[in-house]
Structure formats: C-alpha cells, structure tokens
Design a protein around this ligand. Structure first.
Ligand code: WTA
Length: 636
C-alpha cells in the first residue's frame, strides 16, 4: 500500500478514520508507517508513559533514513520530477529548479563533505543561512549522515545564535557571507563571527557565497561552501538510523530566559509530517506547493522540506519578503510559478490587506486551489480579506493549529474535504485526541465549551524532550495536567466539535507569528544599568496580532529617557533579534503587584490596550495607586 491509500476524500471518510484511529491507534499508525521505506521493520508501534517521567517512542526498532524516503525513493520512480523551485529575492533574477535527482546529488555531495570533516551520527551541526536552496541541502545532508541539524533563523542576533550553538554543542556552523532581504543585506558572517567568539565547540565554519560582500576570514576555521564540495562524489550511502534517533533540534522560546531545544526523532516525525501534509493540503502529484515561512521555523522544517519531499511533491522556496519590490510580490510569484497551494501567516495577510487590492487582482491566481494559515489565530477580518481577494470567495482556507513541539499540524480542516469556518482551526486530524479542560484539569465534556486545550494521546511527531533538559520538558508540557500534553493554548469548541484557538495561556506572546517569551526580554532589559525592574506583556495589535509593551522602573529620573529607550531597544535587538523589540517602552515608578510580590500582568495587558474599565478590582493590590499613575502615563 502507498501513503495515497490513506488520503481522506470526504467528510465521512474523515469521521471514519478519526473513529478508527481513536479505537485502534496503533493499528492506524502502523499501516500508515508501513507505506514508507524501512531498512528493518519496527517491532513496536508505540511505547509511552505520560504519567511519571514522560516518554514517547514510535516505531521502535525500525531502521530507516529519512532522506531515502524523501529523495531516493522518488528518484527511482521519477528522477526528473521537480522537487524544489527556488525564487530569489530579486525579481529579475532567475529562479532555480532542482529535480529530485539533482537535489539528491547535491545533498550527497555536501553530506560527503561533512563526513570528510569528521562529522558523524549524533554530532550537532548548526545552520544559519538565508532562504537559499543550500539551506535545504544542508539540512538533508545532515539527515543523510545522521548528524543532528539545528537551524537558527537568520534574523536572530549573534547572542541568540551563540546561545543555541552552546546549548546544542554544535561542532560545525554553516552560514553565508550575507543574506538579501528586500532592499537590504544582512551581514550573516559578521554576526556568526561575533557568536563564535563564545563558542569553542565549533571546529569548522562553512560559508556560502551569496552577497559577495567582503567579510573577515580565518583560514583555521572558515571554508567556502564551493571549495568544501569541490570534486566530491554525488553518491553517499545513507546512515542507518533507529526510528527514535534524533533527527533535529529546533529552538523555541519559553517563559524563562533559556530557549527550549525541542528534539524531534526520525521515524515518527517523517510519518506524521507526510500524512498531515497530504491530507491537510490535498496536493495532487503535479501541484506546486508554496509555504512562505522560513526554514528557521518548524513550519519550514515540516511543510517546506520533510513533509512535501516525503510525499514526492514540489515545494517552492522564496528568499525575499512580501513587500519587495512591491506589495504584489507574493501574487507575482503565484502567477509566475502557477502555485496551487499557498500557505502563509495571518501577520502577512494583515500586512497585505493594508495595501490596494489591485496588487492581488492584477495577477492571474487561477492556479490556486488551497490557501493556508499558520502561526497565530487568524482574525475574522483577515480571514475574509484572504478568502475574498485571494480565494475569490471559493477557495478553502486551511487554518492549521500546531507548534514547534507538535512537529506537525494537529488541528485543521482538510482542504476541500472538511469544511472551513472563519477563525476556527476546526477539527483534530485523525489520530489526534484533543480535549478541553478547565484550570483544575477537569475535562469539559459538553460539545460547546471553552477551556484549556490538551492532547490526551501521543501522535508520532511529538517532540520527545528538550535537549539536555528532560525535567523542563516534563514541567512545561506534562505537569499542568498529568497524563495529558499541555500545549499552552486556550480554545473554545462549537456545537459541531470545531476548535477555535483563542491564544496563549502562559507568558509567551505571539508577535507577527513568532513566539516570544516575555521573561527573556525582561531579563535583557534588567541588564541595563539604569533599570531596576521591568515587565513585558503583549497587547492586541492590528497588524502583528500582538505587540509588546515594556514597563520599566529606573533607578533615578534621567534627563534623557529617549536615549535610554533607544539603548534598551538596541540591547534587545542585539541579544535576541529585532523581532523582540517592544513597540512601546514606558517608564513607570512602580508595577502593580499582589501582596506576595507577583506582578499582575493581566492588569498591565488591560492598561496597554486601554481597557481601563476592565481592570477588575485593584484594591487588593499591594500598590493600587500605581494603576492610576500608569493610566495617566499611557494617555499622555
Ligand atoms: C500559535 C508554529 C491559532 C499557538 C506552527 C501555538 C496558532 C504557537 C495557530 C506555536 C493557529 C499556531 N491558530 N494559533 N492556526 N498556529 N498558533 O511553535 O499559540 O512557532 O501554541 O509553531 O502558535 O508556535 P510555533
């Protein structure tokens, strides 16, 4: 049987699969997993324990290499099929195509280079590259030889890069001289050099030539990508991996200062990303699938690289930004490449909707069959704009809810198969046992309900741990409601069982689709010598979904607050990256606190969104008078 046999074609088939998967989860996933190529079949479908120290193992004993499933398998059947279309930043520059055969050869070549460098199974390789084909090639080359890749988004600062290299203990860094982003260039190599000052595990830095700008160079550690692969063989025997061997680490923010290295393993991740890709997006063999994310995020890993390639699909990658050279770039690319599925984030949709619709209508978008959304709740206005102007009132929109931790989409309608509903992610995929609980962990059994979202049963692509911190993994995801996975999101459910995600219930704020822990930002602000204390919270923002506001207390009134605020913004930008800069920084003389000294963030959020009538009873605060003072500051 092939994976195609598990494609869901109707609402009834969806219901059947869902019921079957709930009753016979192991049978369900065993059959799907068996459509892939295993060197040795697995003995056990699932071993898990979510009650004590959480552990989840899928397809244990099964041996495989994910790149054989993503590349070699398709090369045997259809070597010339397009695997990857790459659209560069500059619209005049030619796009680049890779057939499955060409991609496999490029991957093998680079994999051989890594091997020559002494990189082997289990070693960590950090990848800090712009959205160029070499990023995908580097990722797959690591997987080919069993090295663990950890991709760091090229918008992160040197300190953020260094923290990830140190935590993962990476041996090798892959970067570029620079990156093009719209009309700007980003000096990636300079940033990497700065990071490497505090990373002694890195033995080699492989540098791709992209912007051709001059960079500093160390003969000891640096090597050009083109020299690195020169003359190497285009064959590379894949490393045989256990299903539960680590495939990659991807860092995400949490509510403490330290990023969480989410660990994904080979077998389960492959099975689930492919299954969910096929069913959510409903791609046909000749379709062109375009996800506008960056491979630095989980969306890029799962639905730009592994999911589509495991299904033998054609995936389009774009180096640039939606606004360059004009706000019609996305639609120009859709028309040029006859894109069939277009998957983006609400923050992009809201930004696009601010510009004249002629940017959309000037392009022939008749190839589009499916639109997708990911990363944060999509508000009704943005949904309608997307549906009306891009979808011409007829295309299905898949609103896909998932996380770095879940590896793949858990809740979404299936394009054209199960109905969409504006602002609802709708139904859990087959095999996903979603539930709502109240804050005491009591399941909300009525169909129509509101509460905290949990998942009650393992699915193959759940992150297995936090790199070198299993205690934190247990604490963050399994301690709130023992026996259930706790994603940190709130949700409501309608009478048909559709889920609507309402947002985070912890101290993570989703800004422009990026999740940012507020604690790390506070820690950075507090490092400024003039700052006594700070509190960072999110508040609703038209374009970004949420924006950040920082309330800061200073040691003494300085003359030049403007300058100080500039310095703080710079500090955040240098330490985490520009995405974490608060929209507003306000100086206050105190923060609303409970009698036990806890900052009342709820009040700070309400204040930031000017919902002064919804502050609730502030009289129980330690310092109720501060609320009035902050109000006055915000109004002025
Ligand atoms: C939010 C991105 C509402 C949610 C794949 C989740 C969403 C966090 C949706 C994970 C959606 C993602 N509707 N909220 N369709 N998709 N989120 O790890 O709060 O970058 O917990 O993974 O984004 O973000 P992450």
């Amino acid at each position: 049987m092939s994976l195609e046999n598990y494609r869901i074609n109707s609402l009834d088939e969806y219901r059947e699969s869902q019921q079957y998967a709930i009753k016979n989860p192991e049978e369900f996933w065993k059959d799907i997993a068996n459509t892939f190529e295993w060197k040795t079949p697995f003995d056990n479908v699932l071993n898990y324990n979510w009650n004590d120290v959480p552990s989840t193992e899928w397809f244990k004993g099964g041996k495989l290499n994910i790149t054989e499933n993503c590349l070699d398998r398709h090369v045997k059947e259809n070597p010339d099929k397009l695997a990857l279309i790459w659209e560069p930043n500059e619209p005049g520059d030619k796009s680049v195509n890779y057939s499955y055969k060409e991609l496999l050869e490029a991957v093998c070549k680079f994999a051989n280079g890594l091997k020559n460098q002494g990189i082997s199974k289990g070693d960590r390789v950090c990848i800090y590259l712009p959205m160029v084909p070499e990023l995908t090639i580097a990722v797959l080359a690591c997987a080919r030889i069993g090295a663990i890749h950890t991709v760091v988004f090229a918008g992160f600062s040197s300190a953020a890069l260094a923290a990830r290299i140190q935590d993962s203990g990476s041996k090798c860094l892959i970067t570029a001289d620079g990156a093009f982003r719209g009309d700007k260039t980003v000096p990636l190599k300079d940033i990497a050099d700065d990071a490497l000052k505090s990373c002694d595990t890195i033995k080699k830095c492989i540098v791709l030539q992209r912007t051709f700008e001059s960079i500093s160079w160390s003969n000891r550690i640096d090597v050009w990508w083109h020299d690195f692969v020169d003359g190497l063989s285009t064959n590379c025997t894949p490393e045989i991996m256990d299903s539960e061997d680590v495939l990659f680490i991807l860092y995400t923010s949490g509510s403490t200062g330290k990023p969480k290295g989410m660990v994904h393993t080979c077998g389960g991740y492959m099975v689930y990303t492919a299954y969910s890709f096929m069913n959510v997006f409903q791609t046909a063999p000749e379709d062109i699938f375009w996800c506008t994310a960056d491979i630095g995020w989980i969306t890029g890993h799962s639905y730009m690289v592994y999911g589509p390639l495991a299904c033998g699909a054609t995936t389009l990658h774009f180096e640039g930004v939606p606004s360059y050279p004009k706000w019609d770039r996305f639609w120009e690319i859709c028309e040029k490449h006859k894109v069939n599925q277009f998957y983006t984030a609400p923050t992009a949709i809201r930004a696009l909707a601010k510009h004249p619709t002629t940017h959309v209508t000037n392009h022939d978008l008749s190839s589009l069959k499916t639109l997708g959304s990911v990363g944060e709740p999509i508000n009704e206005e943005a949904w309608k704009w997307y549906h009306t102007h891009v979808g011409k009132n007829k295309l299905p929109i898949v609103d896909t809810w998932w996380q770095t931790e879940t590896g793949g989409i858990l809740i979404s309608n299936l394009s054209g198969v199960t109905p969409h509903k504006p602002t609802y992610a709708t139904l859990p995929l087959p095999g996903i046992q979603a539930a709502l609980v109240n804050d005491k962990g009591v399941p909300q059994m009525e169909k129509q309900a509101e509460g905290i979202l949990t998942v009650n049963y393992p699915w193959p692509s759940i992150a297995r741990t936090i790199w070198q911190d299993h205690d934190r993994y247990q604490e963050v995801y399994f301690s709130a409601f023992p026996g259930r996975y706790f994603p940190g999101d709130g949700a409501l459910r309608d009478e048909d069982g559709n889920y609507r995600i309402t947002g985070r219930v912890d101290d993570v704020v989703i800004v422009s689709g990026h999740n940012l822990g507020t604690a790390p930002i506070e820690n950075i602000i507090n490092e400024h010598p003039e700052v006594v204390e700070s509190a960072v919270v999110g508040y609703p923002h038209d374009l970004k979904g949420n924006a950040l506001i920082a309330y800061i207390i200073l040691y003494q009134n300085t003359e030049n607050t403007e300058n100080l605020i500039k310095e703080i913004r710079q500090l955040i930008s240098d330490t985490i990256g520009p995405i974490a800069k608060p929209d507003r920084i306000v100086v206050v003389s105190g923060l609303p606190k409970t009698r036990s000294g806890k900052i009342m963030r709820r009040i700070l959020r309400k204040l930031a969104s000017y919902e002064f009538d919804q502050l609730g009873d502030v009289s129980t605060l330690l310092n109720p008078e501060i609320v009035e003072e902050i109000k006055t500051t915000l109004i002025n």
